[in-house]
Ligand binder design. Structure first.
Ligand code: ARG
Length: 295
């Protein structure tokens, strides 16, 4: 175990030392530490990233904890659930982007979420980091049983409980199965869980970790940054901004509109997250509310 921890530390210093922008890193660290009252970051991780980028993700999250900036992690478990539903012969159906959740699917949803969370917790533990999966991080309510089955929407986050974990330096891992006020477990979309966490904890940074490592433009190249006040209208007029991507940007814009002007959202990849957070140029897409410059 000791040797494992040493090698993790070695890798951390390699990771930081490997960044050419050592001064920037220190400046960001100071900045993030200064304003860090409560929650530094809410990091939303898709289920596919947990499968394909687990080691890189765990390195980055452990590093944040190590630096005294433990994030709140909200994770999805879609691919994991797809497999177990298929194995159980339950057909996957969607409505308005929500996964219709029949009663018999709820135990499978809970299991997929729990296994995904445990896997991440274990990867963190291997790196000497401490994470827990709190059972009552969020209260949900049934959305519309006739339409979606046992799908829930977030009502409120357990702000006090989560902040207490953060103060203790522990990373809360929050999945997408949450109870309503009667204890019925509901399937809640992970982006909606992340949104509820962000609005309640008001972090300095919101990070979406995706397989693409950021938002892509019409040619498939990474968009470096979006200043919504300046470029939002033009961006939304682009024909290539369609489907899931359009929805994502709209969600991010609406989230930012409810946060302090200094807050920002980064969409990045598991191996790029540290560079995104601690350098000026970043590695991903930075989205901020920005200001409209009068001309
Ligand atoms: N490190 C800074 C931040 O997290 C700047 C990131 C810039 N990222 C970018 N994709 N342009 O806020």
């Amino acid at each position: 175990m000791a040797s494992r921890e040493t090698s993790f530390r070695d890798r951390v210093s390699l990771l930081l030392g490997g960044l050419e922008e050592g001064r920037e890193v220190r400046a960001y660290l100071r900045r993030f530490e200064e304003k860090n009252s409560g929650c530094f970051a809410v990091v939303k991780v898709g289920g596919a990233v947990l499968e394909q980028g687990l080691d890189d993700l765990a390195d980055a999250l452990a590093l944040l904890q190590f630096l005294g900036l433990p994030p709140v992690v909200v994770y999805g478990s879609g691919p994991q659930l797809d497999r177990s539903l298929a194995a159980a012969g339950i057909r996957e159906e969607r409505c308005d982007g929500m996964r219709i959740t029949p009663e018999e699917a709820v135990p499978l949803v809970a299991e997929a979420a729990s296994h995904a969370g445990l896997k991440l917790a274990e990867a963190l533990r291997e790196r000497g980091a401490h994470a827990v999966t709190p059972q009552s991080a969020l209260r949900a309510r049934l959305l519309d049983r006739d339409r979606y089955g046992l799908v829930g929407e977030p009502v409120s986050a357990d702000k006090l409980g989560i902040e207490q974990l953060l103060r203790a330096g522990v990373i809360p891992l929050i999945g997408c199965v949450h109870a309503d006020e009667r204890g019925q477990l509901l399937n809640v979309n992970a982006d909606n869980v992340a949104r509820c966490m962000v609005l309640s904890l008001r972090p300095r940074k919101v990070v979406f970790v995706t397989g693409t490592g950021g938002l892509l433009d019409g040619e498939g190249s990474l968009i470096d940054s979006i200043n919504l006040a300046e470029e939002g209208d033009e961006l939304f007029a682009q024909p290539w901004l369609s489907g899931g991507m359009r929805h994502k940007v709209q969600e991010i814009a609406s989230l930012l509109s409810e946060l302090e002007p200094s807050a920002s959202v980064s969409v990045t990849g598991p191996a790029a997250m540290v560079r995104e957070l601690f350098t000026h140029s970043g590695a991903g897409t930075l989205i901020r509310q920005g200001e409209r410059i009068e001309r």
